[in-house]
Write a protein that binds this ligand. Structure first.
Ligand code: SAH
Ligand code: SF4
Length: 421
């Protein structure tokens, strides 16, 4: 989502006459788009922003601008912590950036808070690469998961006008894009002007030039029969879902205010894989949530084994000021949390490897992305179910091409393929 926002801001700035500088030493403006979801993300952002201090000493005209979730979360405190910062602009004021940085009051410090009405209708992000782009269809979040800072830094849910979304898809395919990824914090809860998420998916799939549709992140609570049937029947919607589990214990899920049970979660995976056992499911899991007992954690491990995720982002619980669970006293030490995390990673890594092994011998359509970083004679592309495949091209290839490959080797988690056509 931040990458999309950065591309949106880049477009707005280019429209105002600015250009991306190739060399940080020559830049007149440095924009830092930040994340707050875990404390580590904010620490990383602060460390990076701090690196601009010597640049500012060399170039007195240089302006440093902090954007994104940390801009809202830390607000004007950032001016105290890092006094060389010029502006702090939260997620609802990107349209105003050219005016803030170039306008008559450019030398006055600006901090911007929420604007509940801003939905970025009529603005379009720059294309992020020549064959694939993301489109934010929903900003903010109406859930209040007890550990999560997102609603406090991005505000309530705002769904983008469906006509605007379809226009952005149309503009993208006219520039050669064939893969569209729809973004939202609970993307499948999308509803606007009579359009549901399922009907929006169908309309996007009818646009000529769209070959692959992806979306992230759906919420387990917001699947209905209509959506499941569209996901299974529409051939342009990829067979991969990133479906965050968070915990396998119903007690913890309740404390997290996630609004589903482990059983419901597993039933969704079963429904998706009922017609295609290779349907890829990836997830997010938090270990060491406040109040998580040994037996709660065992339940998470059990669900992980049953779910057979293709991959997972696994996080150690990070208490965030302002959230409900921050108020509860933690009992687990950092070492205990880390130990659980490591146990989970070990089990999931084995499952990830098995899921990759299962792909051996299959014939897959690959969307070509780029030359491999290890060996430029080899290229990397992705299957419909989001697996990376390394292959040696038999003739000239370009990013955005579709090739048919036979998966003939698995090294670790990496699939290797032979080009058939
Ligand atoms: N909207 C998505 C999640 C967005 S945040 C959803 O509801 O599934 C991305 C991931 O960060 C979450 O899925 C969660 O696993 C992790 N996360 C969020 N807050 C966290 C916290 N306080 N500590 C650790 N991980 C957290
Ligand atoms: Fe955070 Fe929950 Fe909203 Fe996801 S659904 S962004 S985890 S509050």
């Amino acid at each position: 989502m931040n990458e999309y926002d950065s591309a949106l801001i880049a477009g707005l700035l280019e429209g105002a006459g600015l250009r991306i500088s190739k060399n940080i030493e020559e830049a007149d403006f440095l924009f830092y788009n930040t994340c707050s979801v875990r404390e580590k993300a904010e620490e990383t952002a602060i460390a990076k922003i701090s690196q601009s201090r010597p640049l500012k000493q060399k170039n007195k005209k240089l302006k440093v601008i902090v954007l994104g979730c940390m801009a809202k979360n830390k607000g004007e405190q950032l001016f105290e912590k890092l006094p060389f910062i010029d502006h702090v602009i939260g997620t609802d004021h990107y349209r105003q950036i050219p005016e803030i940085v170039l306008g008559a009051k450019a030398n006055e410090r600006v901090f911007t808070d929420f604007d509940e009405k801003e939905n970025y209708d009529g603005t379009y992000a720059q294309i992020q690469n020549p064959f694939s782009t993301s489109i934010t269809i929903q900003r903010g979040c109406n859930k209040r998961c007890s550990y999560c800072i997102v609603p406090y830094v991005r505000g309530n849910e705002k769904n983008k006008d469906p006509l605007d979304i379809l226009a952005e898809v149309q503009m993208s395919v006219e520039k050669g894009i064939s893969e569209i990824t729809l973004l939202g914090q609970t993307v499948n809860a999308y509803k606007k002007d009579g359009e549901t998420f399922a009907s929006l998916l169908e309309k996007i799939s009818e646009i000529n030039g769209v070959k692959r549709i992806r979306f992230v992140s759906p919420h387990p609570r917001h699947y209905d029969d209509e959506l499941i049937s569209v996901l299974q029947s529409n051939s342009k919607i990829c067979h991969h879902v990133h479906l965050p589990l968070q915990s396998g214990s119903d007690t913890i899920l309740k404390k997290m205010r996630r609004q589903y049970t482990a059983e419901h979660f597993l039933s969704l995976i079963e429904a998706l894989r009922s017609k295609d056992p290779f349907y890829a499911v990836t997830t997010d899991i938090i270990s060491g949530f406040v109040g998580e007992t040994d037996s709660d954690f065992e339940k998470t491990l059990e669900v992980v084994k049953q779910a057979q995720f293709d991959n997972a982002f696994m996080f150690i619980y990070s208490p965030r000021i302002g959230t409900e669970s921050y108020l509860e006293k933690e009992i687990l030490s950092q070492e205990q949390k880390l130990l659980r995390h490591q146990q989970l990673v070990e089990i999931q890594n084995q499952i990830t490897s098995n899921r990759s092994q299962n792909m051996l011998g299959r014939v897959e359509e690959i969307l070509v992305e780029r030359p491999s970083s290890k060996d430029p004679r080899e290229w990397m592309g992705k299957t419909d179910n989001f697996k990376k495949v390394i292959f040696k091209p038999t003739s000239t290839v370009s990013p955005g091409d579709y090739l048919t490959c036979k998966i003939n080797e698995i090294r670790g988690w990496t699939l290797r393929g032979e080009v058939l056509s």
